[in-house]
Design a protein around this ligand. Structure first.
Ligand code: SAH
Ligand code: SF4
Length: 369
């Protein structure tokens, strides 16, 4: 409790972009180069204590510490999978929680970041969409997820090579294009070469199809785009992704065709969750190929990750293979995303559900269904 009171009194500098940090320091009466030094300490070195900023005068450090703090989200639970995947349940000042997942692979390490607590879009196969509480994460809470992961991986100062955290995907909880201002502010900090230094080419934003924001995302951030398509007809997509009623497939694909910066070298990823008997037929694979014609695309087939009460099942291995073969033969890469960290429920798109469930069960036992 006392730390909460302290945090209300002192302003958190984590989450401020370059301009805001410069403005804050100007108001504080510090010279402009001080803001640049602070930036370096906060985002390149990852320090959490002003006392460690050794090239600043001791009295200045003490003044800073009285007015400001360098706060990360609190780790309320940390889990490690047998396959090396790590998951952190993070708690913010108001008690709300999200999850962040690190997935190590041979040639990269991807951090799956959340953009909202819950999600207002009620995709029928997604557990996040069933959570009642929804709020946007602040820029500090979004960039804080990356910084906590860096702390845990021991990756300060931002390493040039041999990183465990090389890629960021905005595929955790929430719809990032419904919280674009904060997502953009956080990603600008992440991309800054003197900060967290994760290149925009290694950042992917996944959207369920908020068409009016797609162009802006490309123009302002220039990150890779992933689109949760999941169906090839409007009729079915409306059932899976209700946002399709507002922005139907044709409009969504039009926005993808015009996505700034996409090219054969930088393809748009189309995510397609494999639902048994719902969207997984060979005819639908062929229609998908037809729809994507002319778009520099790759397809990511995601085995459905079931949750209790979910109205779907995952497609069979054969159906997924047949679907993938058709898309692949048409010239698109169509990897099946292998589930990672299953033993710690770490799949992107299904984050936090387990902990919420566990707690609900602990508080009020559910009647037997
Ligand atoms: N809101 C954004 C990003 C978060 S979801 C979006 O919808 O794109 C990240 C990905 O996980 C999306 O492609 C989403 O459709 C998928 N997903 C959600 N629930 C899933 C589940 N139970 N099994 C498999 N994939 C799921
Ligand atoms: Fe929200 Fe994405 Fe889940 Fe849909 S799939 S409910 S947009 S988090």
């Amino acid at each position: 409790m006392s730390s909460d009171i302290a945090s209300l009194e002192r302003r958190n500098l984590v989450g401020l972009g370059r301009t805001d940090l410069a403005g804050e320091m100007a108001e504080f009466g510090a010279e402009p180069f001080r803001a640049r030094q602070l930036w370096h300490w906060i985002y390149h070195r990852g320090v959490t204590d002003f006392a460690d900023m050794t090239n600043l005068a001791k009295s200045f450090r003490e003044q800073l510490a009285k007015t400001y703090e360098l706060r990360r989200p609190e780790i309320s639970r940390a889990l490690a999978s047998r396959d090396g995947t790590r998951k952190w349940l993070l708690r913010f000042a108001d008690g709300q929680e999200v999850e962040t997942v690190h997935i190590p692979e041979t040639d990269r390490g991807t951090l799956c970041v959340s953009s909202q607590v819950g999600c207002t879009l009620t995709c029928s196969f997604c557990h996040t969409g069933t959570q009642r509480l929804v709020r946007n994460l602040s820029a500090a809470e979004i960039v804080g997820q990356i910084m906590v992961a860096r702390d845990a991986l021991g990756e300060w100062p931002s390493p040039k090579d041999d990183r465990q955290l090389t890629n960021i995907v905005l595929m955790g909880m929430g719809e990032p294009l419904y919280n674009f201002a904060n997502v953009a502010a956080a990603m600008k900090i992440a991309m800054d070469p003197e900060g967290l230094a994760v290149s925009r080419r290694k950042i992917t934003l996944s959207t369920s199809g908020v068409v009016p924001m797609i162009e802006r995302c490309g123009a302002e951030l220039g990150v890779n785009l992933a689109v949760s398509l999941h169906a090839v007809t409007d009729e079915l997509r409306e059932r899976l992704v209700p946002l399709n009623r507002k922005y139907p497939i044709a409009e969504l694909l039009w926005a993808c065709r015009n996505y700034p910066g996409s090219s054969n070298a930088r393809r748009i990823t189309f995510e397609y969750v494999m639902l048994k008997g719902v969207n997984d037929s060979p005819a639908e694979a062929k229609e998908l190929v037809r729809l994507l014609k002319g778009i520099p695309a790759k397809v990511n087939l995601i085995p459905f990750n079931p949750w209790p009460g979910a109205p779907y099942e995952c497609s069979s291995g054969e159906a997924i293979k047949a679907f993938s073969d058709i898309v692949f033969e048409a010239g698109y890469s169509a990897p099946v995303r292998t589930p990672r960290g299953r033993d710690i429920s770490a799949a992107c798109g299904q984050l936090k559900s387990d902990s919420v469930r566990a707690r609900r069960t602990a508080q009020a036992p559910q009647p037997a269904a």
